[in-house]
Design a protein around this ligand. Structure first.
Ligand SMILES: C[S@@+](CC[C@H](N)C(=O)[O-])C[C@H]1O[C@@H](n2cnc3c(N)ncnc32)[C@H](O)[C@@H]1O
Length: 307
């Protein structure tokens, strides 16, 4: 499922999730909402980057180039952008988009992991940004050291990263609840058991698994510690937690997955539930998901700092 996320084949997995798995194309309202949400994160990261004319910016884990292309829109033809990613298919996709936009001459595409930026010379760039990429990197501390190394003195980092730890804690709560039901009654309540199967298929559900998993073994405070340890100054961290009314419908809820290493609920139900269990789970869960009190939870850690 999730362990050692970075070491898995991350080519097609990433392009599939980024272009399809994270939001459903069947529900256009939800898709627009989800895209607007992502755009707002990218805008916030760029705001803190404080880009200027003639700057060179590195976009770590650039994906389809969302943040890089926004940066070029903002600054214009004097901005140079180095888009890095571990996924070659995504880099090729971003290059195609850059060509279509007529900005390819401003972009360099580099396949590498965030913690291995050797192809970029020391003290050669003005800004390093990363948006929802560091979360997936095994060695975050070395990545920070690399960001520091490639930045010119006075250069800035700006990142906006999801914090998945709370989702894992929820999975571990479901495990504890199930175990307490087994201790009290000999077997768990069927709905609790199914909810635990769902949650633990997407996130680690024990303290040990949480600690071993790159997606969940950090908090926003670790970002601050790593930035301090490298020698960054003027470090600013903001944790944004937004609990918003959700208007997702059941079919969309079944289809999307919270990160590329997680199966969708539909896949989990098909693979791990019996036909009877699928029926029970849908009978209880669908009205909850489609009710007015249903919420979507967003947790994003924004860090900016200067070398
Ligand atoms: C959620 S996407 C975000 C893409 C882009 N930053 C954006 O804002 O749309 C995560 C990206 O991180 C990349 N990625 C995953 N692990 C990585 C690693 N170890 N080093 C560099 N990039 C990585 C993925 O290929 C993917 O493009």
């Amino acid at each position: 499922m999730l362990n050692n996320a970075e070491s898995q084949d991350s080519g097609d997995l990433w392009i599939d999730w980024l272009l399809k798995g994270r939001h459903s194309e069947k529900n256009m309202r939800y898709m627009r909402h989800s895209q607007a949400q992502v755009e707002s994160y990218a805008d916030r990261v760029l705001q803190q980057a404080k880009l200027q004319q003639n700057y060179t910016m590195v976009d770590v884990g650039a994906g389809e180039g969302l943040v890089s292309f926004k940066a070029i829109d903002q600054i214009g033809p004097t901005l140079r952008v180095i888009l890095t990613d571990i996924s070659q298919p995504l880099l090729r996709h971003a290059e195609k988009l850059a060509n279509e936009r007529g900005i390819a001459s401003q972009c360099t595409f580099l396949q590498c992991s965030a913690h291995q930026l050797q192809a970029i010379a020391s003290e050669s760039v003005d800004v390093v940004i990363t948006r929802a990429a560091l979360a997936y990197v095994e060695d975050k501390q070395t990545s920070f050291q690399e960001f520091f190394r490639i930045l010119k003195p006075g250069g800035r980092i700006s990142l906006g990263e999801p914090v998945f730890r709370d989702d894992a804690i929820m999975a571990s709560v479901m495990r504890t609840l199930m175990e307490s039901q087994v201790a009290a009654a000999g077997s768990p309540d069927p709905f609790t058991r199914l909810t635990h199967i769902w949650r633990s298929s997407q996130f680690p559900d024990t303290q040990q698994k949480i600690a071993e998993n790159a997606l969940t073994n950090y908090t926003e405070r670790d970002f601050v510690q790593w930035a301090m340890a490298c020698g960054f100054k003027d470090i600013h961290m903001e944790l944004h937690i937004d609990i918003k009314p959700s208007f997702i419908d059941w079919d969309t809820f079944l289809e999307i997955s919270p990160h590329p290493y997680a199966q969708s609920l539909q896949a989990i139900m098909n693979e791990k539930f019996t036909a009877e269990e699928r029926l029970l789970f849908e009978q209880v869960m669908k009205p909850i998901i489609e009710s007015d009190s249903s919420t979507s939870n967003y947790r994003v850690a924004y860090l900016s700092a200067q070398k």
